[in-house]
Design a protein around this ligand. Structure first.
Ligand SMILES: [Zn+2]
Length: 313
């Protein structure tokens, strides 16, 4: 309820600043259309998982909060537009297959992350007006656009960085979506923490695995086989003793940034060298930003990361 009460104030502030900011920072920007009028079709119900409340909100205004939460506001405008369309599509997809009463929730592990206006203020401080208008422009200038396959909204999943190559959905979740296929994702290496490492002692490595796989039988590094890789070079599984452990399970057990990793053993230390961040399926956000920097449009970005899809409105 607090959100709904505050919302008109933010609208007023945003509306007042848009012409000024647009003139300053977005030369030749397409005129921003006013948000669609509220009606049953463009109003959605959102479950806020932090306070267990459900509220109605215009989908375009909801998407400003999603893009703000899911992608750095400093990213290129075309990357933000790609994110807006992906998030709108994912919202529609989730709404159609919702397993909770609301259309979508704010838990990023279940649906999509979301920032309230107060949280955006906290994040951006003095840059609030600039970033808010930049994201609002990305959402409104693509208003109503979504991606479809066989006339249905697609499962437009996204991740931070795929490690140079995105993953086939089948290699991560077991089901192959025709549009979630492995594609190159160049340019991500400019991101901070594109490469990361984690070192643990051999006993910690062993105990962590034995906790979930008590039959793994691991006495030394000789019991750890070379990983089996997916088409994109992510770890599909590792045979430890006689037990095959999925790469995704290793990732969660050791809190690795992705399943694209190598293992090395020295003395009493096990080191994971990790590339990328996230599950690696669908659009890579850093890859999208890299494409935008080379002049690609949001439609070219989305057509690359979601193969064979149609732009619908
Ligand atoms: Zn949810």
């Amino acid at each position: 309820m607090k959100f709904l009460i505050l919302l008109p104030l933010y609208y007023t502030a945003a509306c007042l600043t848009i012409p000024f900011v647009t003139a300053l920072f977005i030369p030749h920007a397409k005129e921003i259309s006013p948000p669609p009028q509220k009606n049953i079709e463009n109003t959605i119900t959102v479950f806020n998982h932090t306070d267990n409340t459900t509220y109605n909100i215009n989908i375009e205004d909801y998407l400003i909060g999603v893009v703000a939460a899911e992608m750095p506001a400093a990213f290129e405008p075309e990357a933000l537009k790609a994110q807006a369309v992906a998030a709108r599509t994912y919202t529609m997809y989730k709404s159609a297959s919702s397993d909770h009463d609301a259309d979508i929730c704010t838990d990023y592990t279940h649906c999509q992350a979301y920032l309230s206006e107060e949280e955006m203020h906290e994040n951006w401080k003095n840059d609030y007006n600039f970033y808010f208008d930049k994201i609002k422009n990305a959402v409104y200038s693509t208003s109503g656009e979504y991606l479809s396959y066989n006339e249905e909204p697609i499962m437009a999943v996204f991740h931070s960085m795929g490690g140079g190559q995105t993953q086939n959905s089948a290699d991560v979740w077991g089901t192959q979506m025709p549009y979630l296929v492995s594609v190159p994702s160049p340019g991500e290496e400019e991101a901070t923490n594109y490469h990361s490492t984690l070192s643990v002692s051999f006993s910690e490595f062993k105990n962590t695995i034995l906790k979930d796989y008590p039959n793994a039988k691991i006495a030394s590094c000789l019991d750890v086989s070379k990983p089996t890789l997916t088409q994109s070079g992510h770890v599909k599984s590792i045979l430890i003793g006689t037990v095959s452990i999925p790469g995704s399970k290793i990732r969660s057990m050791f809190n690795l940034r992705s399943t694209k990793f190598t293992l090395s053993f020295t003395d009493d230390t096990v080191t994971f060298s990790v590339t990328g961040y996230g599950h690696g399926v669908g659009m890579s956000q850093y890859g999208a930003n890299a494409m935008a920097k080379t002049g690609k449009t949001y439609k070219e970005i989305l057509s690359h990361y979601y193969q064979g899809v149609t732009f619908s409105e």
